[in-house]
Design a protein. Sequence first.
Length: 212
Amino acid sequence: MRNKITIFGGTSGLAKKVIPDLESYGFNVNALSSKECDVRDYDSVFNQVKESDISLYFSVVNYDNLISNLVDEQIDHSIDVNIKGFINVSRAVSQCYSQKKYGRLIYISSILSSSPIKGTSIYSSSKSFCDTMIKVFAQENGKYGVTANSIQLGYFDGGLTYKVPEGILESVKKNIPNKRFGNINELSSMINHIIQNEYLNGSIIKLTGGLN
């Protein structure tokens, strides 16, 4: 079984919570913080990817700010982690996994990729950028047994959802057809499903409880 998973941005939020489930499925998980692997540094990324079979990209920077109020530091930091970081991981995965004739690249996206809200301009746009990257990656690497898929998350019990004011969260919950937030087991089981199914490739999977 190809079972070595590297999780970029894997020591906090939802990423940290999925680790026990992934390990229970039999995976050997290497969860990396930004200090352990700076996704902006290609050599650092490459050295981690070459030791794994599956790469999950959770790393993200989000500044809740209107476009008119964005400052250079916020712009640069967001683009470096959200976009350049994912490009680095995608490059490394393509180069390393194609040689092994096996691999999985899974990007953790957001419902905001297709349904953005104000104050999330760079965050939402970077998610859309990476969702498109996933589709191109699949076209280029599927012949090597290397697949790429994206999971567009709705509101889950953890991660950035905790930063939303309680009153707004209750309003959001009413608009979700399932009338609840997603749980960690549902995310980890989706990750496992993607890993096990090689014919699932280049897909943007909405895990939102029906919320669009």
